[in-house]
Ligand binder design. Structure first.
Ligand code: KG4
Ligand code: ZN
Length: 338
């Protein structure tokens, strides 16, 4: 039976300090994201120590804002959910320590949430009719996974990246092309003026039946193309390079997802993670899945990248099961889904 719940979700695993208040798993009262992107932009990527210090400065302000916007008092919370991994250890520790102190003071349970589970579970917030089983394609800055979800907390990782994550490869190529950080949105924007067939970058499929991914060879192919052109004094088109690389990444993601759907026989695909905001990926999957009568579920762009709502949503389902964390909860930077 469904209990009333009012969950504060806290997210600090990387470079967003975020908090959200979710009532009964469906009513999102607030979702505050304080991004550090501008701080890290000058370094071309996230600097871990700076990220933890920024979380420490902004966490209480962000939580206060989330509670105020939700018009929820500290005493009305049912539980506090917080990301405890995977992510940057210093960043995770700020969120975990903050959540622990608040939950203890409020006398409510603490719920440690796996960040990857949060990315996938935010789909339940936006699609309340989402049913098991489903296949999830999780594509973020740190992860690229194909996961079969059979029920709440019952899942099997079918494929993972063996080197770079899709978002990481997009970020690295963007940096090489002199585009800004984070690279994914910049590649997408610049690619709009480019030709996706201008360069034939390799599509690494690994063994024919493998559901694993590999993006580092594709990334190196861009660097090699750029270097050899430079040596010959040839200037290449950045939009063409961006469009061709984006196309190669999307082709591999789509191909492996279709293979996983064929193998599992499930009829729903859930897309999640920062790269899920990519227009070409969404359009390509939508076209293929429509032909196969597979339901396609994905979050709106603001719920693809890191946010507190995703942690509150996953926290809500843990709350319903009475699945609480001990006060000894610690940050686990390498936490996986399996
Ligand atoms: O999920 P997320 O916010 O953080 C992690 O958990 O890693 O994902 C961030 C990643 C970055 O690599 C970023 O470049 C990528 O998501 N990203 C995109 C887009 N928006 C964000 N990649 C491609 N197209 C986008 N529109
Ligand atoms: Zn994330």
């Amino acid at each position: 039976m469904k209990k009333d719940s009012c969950i504060l979700g806290i997210e600090t695993s990387c470079d967003e300090t975020a908090a959200a208040v979710l009532v009964n798993g469906t009513e999102l009262r607030s979702n505050i994201v304080s991004s550090q992107i501008r701080t890290h932009q000058k370094y071309g990527g996230v600097v871990p120590e700076i990220a933890s210090r920024e979380h420490s400065v902004h966490l209480i302000r962000v939580i206060d804002q989330a509670l105020a916007e939700a018009e929820v008092g500290f005493g009305s919370l049912s539980a506090i959910a917080v990301t405890y991994g995977p992510g940057l250890v210093g960043s995770l520790l700020v969120g975990v320590a903050g959540a622990k102190a608040m939950a203890y003071a409020a006398g409510v349970p603490l719920i440690g949430v796996n960040h990857l589970e949060g990315h996938i579970y935010v789909n339940f917030l936006q699609h309340s009719d989402l049913e098991f089983p489903f296949l999830a394609l999780l594509v973020s800055g740190g992860h690229t996974n194909l996961i079969l979800f059979k029920a709440h907390s019952s899942y099997e990782v079918l494929g993972r990246t063996r080197d770079d994550a899709a978002g990481e490869a997009l970020d690295k190529v963007a940096r090489t092309l002199g585009l800004g950080y984070p690279g994914g949105p910049h590649i997408q924007k610049v690619a709009m003026d480019g030709n996706p067939t201008a360069f034939d970058f390799p599509r690494a499929t690994l063994e024919p039946d493998s559901l694993d991914f590999s993006f580092s060879g594709m990334k190196s192919a861009v660097l090699n193309t750029l270097n050899s052109a430079k040596m010959k004094g040839i200037e290449l088109s950045t939009p063409d390079l961006a469009a061709s690389f984006q196309q190669a990444v999307v082709d591999v993601l789509v191909r492996k997802t279709l293979l996983a759907l064929e193998r599992t026989g499930v009829h729903t695909l859930v897309l999640a993670g920062g790269v899920a905001a990519n227009g070409l990926l969404r359009q390509s999957l939508a076209r293929e899945l429509d032909q196969r009568q597979v339901r396609f579920v994905y979050p709106s762009p603001e719920f693809c990248t890191d946010n507190g709502a995703m942690i509150a949503t996953a926290g809500h389902y843990h709350y319903l099961k009475g699945d609480f964390s001990p006060w000894t909860l610690n940050a686990i930077p390498g936490l996986s889904l399996s």
